[in-house]
Design a protein around this ligand. Sequence first.
Ligand code: GRF
Length: 216
Amino acid sequence: MTHRSLQECVQNSECIRAAVLISGRGSNLKSLLVAQKNHAFARMKIVCVASNKPAAGGLEFARDYGIEVLAKSAADFATFAEFEHYLADELEQLGVQLIILAGYMRLIGSALLSRWSNAIVNIHPSLLPSFPGLHAQRQALEYGVRFSGCTIHFVDAGLDSGAIIAQRTVPVMPDDTELTLTERILHEEHALYRESLQLITEHPWQIQGRTVIFNP
Ligand code: GRF
């Protein structure tokens, strides 16, 4: 990438240009856009929202907030890898240094991972490494855990497997349904994503092994 990397920007206290990738309703996106409007991010600006699905409901929030939208259907490309190459080229043109996955329902491939090394983050509705993949809240209920929660992590080639930035727990109640547990976790997701993005864009960090270390 010709632009400065995420870590270089953080080290130099520069403003970081971010893109949010979504596939669906976009409540995390909306919460981040509200935070941005309220000046919550001192060193980060969401400049673009992209989706692999042009019908993703959350794209409306981006349009409402006047943010550039990339919404070509991945189905119009011969392969998903080709769609990712298109996306990577567009994000590079926009000078994006940080990619924020917010309900983006695809594994990230080499076109993005190679250009945004340790610069893609994801939110997952469980305490990883428990319950990766789809229907994390249902998996938690079926397992019978007493606590679940959400995780913000860097993205690698695996499924919800990168180094963990932050986690927050919520209790699982005896009468919980998938819906009530999902709502309880989602409430925490919105706050944790905002706080984690403030953390990684405003404070120098490094990854040692699997551990994200924030420098004093
Ligand atoms: C959230 O639960 C997030 O943790 C998961 O997908 C869901 C997206 O919800 N990765 P929304 O589109 O942000 O409302």
